[in-house]
Design a protein around this ligand. Structure first.
Ligand SMILES: Cc1ncc(COP(=O)(O)O)c(C=O)c1O
Length: 432
């Protein structure tokens, strides 16, 4: 075996990996159909038959609802918009708290702040990386209005236990399914378990339309509120006869007809794309599981993980190498480790725990942190969620080499890179 690439040896691979490309003839035909119709968006921000959008948006919503087994699906122009609309539909506002995971994309938590509610971070479970009933329970207060559960990396949170906490207290549960379309919790699709589900169709996701999102719910009242928030609801509540919702503020969260038409085709491809991810993880996990110090998450068990990224537990004591040193060495073995020019495929952890961002550390936002209606005290200090900090700074490696389009040879190179760095760890100073 050659010397490690980080020390000047030959890397395992220099060739680029295949791009992740899910667009095909079906999407081209759908775009052409919409272009030829000339009708790129049919929304009207008034109480009118076009208030709910045009034929492609409605077709997407029907297809999405059927696919995920929910009565209501509402297309929006991003998951961020969907999260904002979901929090707004729950009625969270100044003085309220919304419990959320610190290990997620920033929009999951800022959705609460946008409405003047205070994001309260509960720790993650070390196996699922999601919120759990055990981590949420100590954060519940009389002010808790909603919980935003993120099915992070594509693996479902333990929803039954979380709902058992929330339901008797009248707390709404929003599922952030941006990374988990097609994931199953005890056989049931995520997005239909809590009060509202939010999916993303952005460029990085399993299926995409460039930008886009979908909100799901079983509750017709919540569906109506989301539809109002999506499309300038304040001018619609009067003509619609919903003056009890006169305080509701609407936005423009409308998805275009073009994107909706693409989304229908993408949705049809989702099951196959998820299967391929799972097969690729099965191969990689089997190879990595044989190595000391690495414990990859494996498919199987009562739930279905859809592997937006593949998490691998890292034990620095077993390997005698700090996690970041290991990841740097691994990256050098796969120096062209990109499926897209901008996407790093190997990560030391995921995103920094959200409460460590300046927005939470400095607490400058006057309507959230200095709201006279807020009677609580929120803790964003370093150490406040020890599991997420341990995972992020020491014990988690993530990678995206399981994306569809990878060949057996590509996967073999990835496995060999991990094997090489583990085998040559003494070159990195390990005595283990
Ligand atoms: C967990 C999670 N929530 C929300 C979002 C926001 O999605 P969008 O880019 O569609 O607004 C993302 C996007 O990366 C995400 O990963």
């Amino acid at each position: 075996m050659s010397r490690l690439a980080i020390l000047g040896g030959d890397p395992v691979r220099t060739r680029l990996f295949p791009a992740y490309q899910t667009m095909g003839a079906e999407e081209m035909a759908a775009v052409r159909r919409v272009m030829e119709s000339g009708n790129l968006s049919q929304y009207l921000g008034a109480w009118h038959e076009d208030f709910m959008g045009g034929p492609e948006v409605r077709r997407l919503e029907e297809a999405w609802a059927a696919h995920f087994g929910v009565p209501h699906a509402l297309a929006v122009n991003s998951a961020t918009s969907g999260l904002f609309a979901a929090v707004g539909a729950c009625g969270a506002g100044p003085g309220d708290e919304v419990i959320v995971s610190p290990y997620t994309m920033s929009a999951s938590a800022i959705a609460a702040a946008v409405y003047g509610a205070v994001p309260v971070f509960a720790d993650i479970d070390p196996e699922s990386f999601c919120l759990s009933a055990a981590t949420i329970a100590p954060k519940l207060t009389p002010r808790t209005k909603a919980i935003i559960v993120v099915h992070i990396f594509g693996g479902p949170a333990d929803m039954d236990a979380i709902l058992a906490l929330a339901r008797p207290r009248g707390i709404k549960v929003i599922e952030d399914c941006a990374q988990a379309p097609g994931a199953l919790y005890r056989g049931r699709p995520v997005g239909g378990l809590g009060d509202l589900g939010v999916f993303s169709l952005n460029y990085h996701k399993h299926i995409h339309t460039g930008e886009g999102g979908v909100v799901t719910t079983r509750d017709p009242e919540l569906a109506e509120r989301v539809s109002l928030i999506r499309n300038h609801g304040e001018v619609v509540v009067g003509p619609k006869g919903r003056e009890d919702l006169a305080g509701l503020v609407g936005y423009n969260y409308r998805l275009t007809e073009l994107q909706a038409a693409i989304a229908v085709e993408q949705l049809g491809k989702l099951p196959g794309l998820v299967e391929e991810r799972i097969r690729n993880v099965e191969f990689l996990a089997a190879r990595l599981a044989g190595l000391p110090g690495l414990r990859p998450v494996v498919p199987g068990g009562p739930d279905r993980h859809v592997f937006y990224v593949h998490p691998v537990h890292y034990d620095s004591a077993a390997l005698g190498v700090a996690r970041n040193v290991f990841v740097d060495a691994l990256k050098k073995e796969l120096p062209s480790a990109r499926l897209r020019e901008t996407t790093p495929l190997i990560g030391a952890g995921y995103v920094k725990p959200l409460y460590l961002q300046p927005f939470y550390q400095k607490r400058l936002h006057p309507c959230v942190f200095n709201c006279p209606r807020y009677a609580g005290r929120v803790d964003y200090s370093l150490g406040s969620c020890p599991v997420v900090e341990r995972m992020h700074f020491e014990n988690l490696v993530t990678h995206e080499f399981m994306r569809p389009g990878m060949t057996a040879d590509d996967l073999e190179d990835v496995a060999r890179a991990f094997e090489k760095v583990v085998a040559a760890r003494r070159e990195l100073g390990s005595t283990a």
